[in-house]
Design a protein around this ligand. Structure first.
Ligand SMILES: *Cc1c(COP(=O)(O)O)cnc(C)c1O
Length: 301
């Protein structure tokens, strides 16, 4: 359960922020929420090591590396050569003893298969987590987050007309939409894409929603509920002046760190989206990525 912070009036609307960045493990974030559920299964089924995938700046790999480390469990990350820069996240992975295998992105799939096979041959029982914690378990984590939002609304007597957040591999997005469809309430859930474009990016989110809900909800309802904005991607990991300005403003005014890859883009996309909206209640979900905030700060001259 993370706090929802009332930030007051913002551009003719009222803004709240759900602080997933304050989940109390390994700098928090949505990957920490997803990892809690993955590791519940890992502990229950007695897996003894983990294989996953992600870049050198991956929040997911840092959290999974930390969860493995505290259990004294091997953690094997397959990482694309094209995105293997040294960051605070990669430095923490090294600290956790995470084994990182770097290969060209086209070889990632086969390398994962080989690694799993290799581990099984030596008598290990590896658990595979898809990049970003994608899959029904990751989606479930954000159905639970949605239920927390509903609980807050009931307790405080407020209704959020819009929910904004950064959409990447899509399971955060899918979970929120599934929670919304299952509870049948009225509002717009708006994912601001940080990399993928339409129509493919939205299709991936829809795929996750269908996989989680099965035939509980009609195709028409799914289509209406899935809003995927791809105007603020600026290329994954690339710097954009307006995003930098957004990050600085939010830190100065609210004392809250955003990052340049995810939350900074989403906050900026939200600000643009609400330009023509007035007197609504808006919830921004801060999905974490605090170590990336420091990467950007360090590179700022
Ligand atoms: C991974 C990530 C996202 C995107 O979440 P998905 O579930 O992959 O869409 C958003 N914000 C931060 C900080 C992340 O690390």
């Amino acid at each position: 359960m993370t706090i929802i912070q009332d930030l007051g009036e913002y551009r003719n609307n009222h803004l709240w922020m759900k602080r997933e960045d304050l989940i109390p493990f390994s700098f928090g974030g949505n990957k920490a929420r997803k990892a809690q559920l993955f590791f519940r299964e890992i502990d229950r089924e007695k897996y003894d090591c983990v294989v996953t995938y992600g870049s050198g700046s991956s929040n997911h790999c840092r959290v999974v590396g930390n969860e493995c480390c505290r259990r004294g469990m091997g953690c094997h990350v397959i990482s694309p050569l094209e995105a293997s820069e040294s960051t605070f996240n990669s430095q923490m992975m090294a600290l956790f003893g995470t084994e990182v295998t770097t290969v060209p992105v086209i070889e990632v799939h086969d390398t994962i298969e080989r690694k799993l096979e290799e581990l099984r041959k030596t008598g290990k029982n590896p658990y595979f987590i898809a990049g970003g914690g994608h899959g029904n378990i990751g989606t479930e984590a954000y159905v639970q987050c949605y239920q927390e939002i509903k609980k807050y609304e009931a307790e405080v007597g407020v209704h959020f007309d819009y929910i904004f957040f950064a959409s990447g591999t899509g399971s955060t997005h899918a979970g929120l939409v599934c929670g919304h469809l299952l509870s049948g309430d009225e509002r717009e859930i708006i994912g601001i894409s940080i990399a993928r474009e339409n129509p493919r990016g939205r299709e991936i989110v829809l795929g996750s929603i269908r996989s989680y809900l099965g035939d509980r909800v009609s195709e028409e309802e799914l289509q209406t509920a899935t809003i995927f904005i791809d105007e603020y991607t600026f290329g994954y990991g690339k710097e954009d002046k307006r995003v930098t300005a957004t990050i600085e403003t939010v830190l100065r005014i609210y004392g809250i760190p955003l990052d340049a890859t995810y939350t900074g883009k989403a906050f900026m996309g939200m600000t643009e989206y609400i330009k023509n909206i007035k007197h609504k209640n808006i919830l921004f979900i801060h999905t974490g990525g605090t170590p990336l905030f420091f990467d950007a700060l360090r590179s700022r001259q």
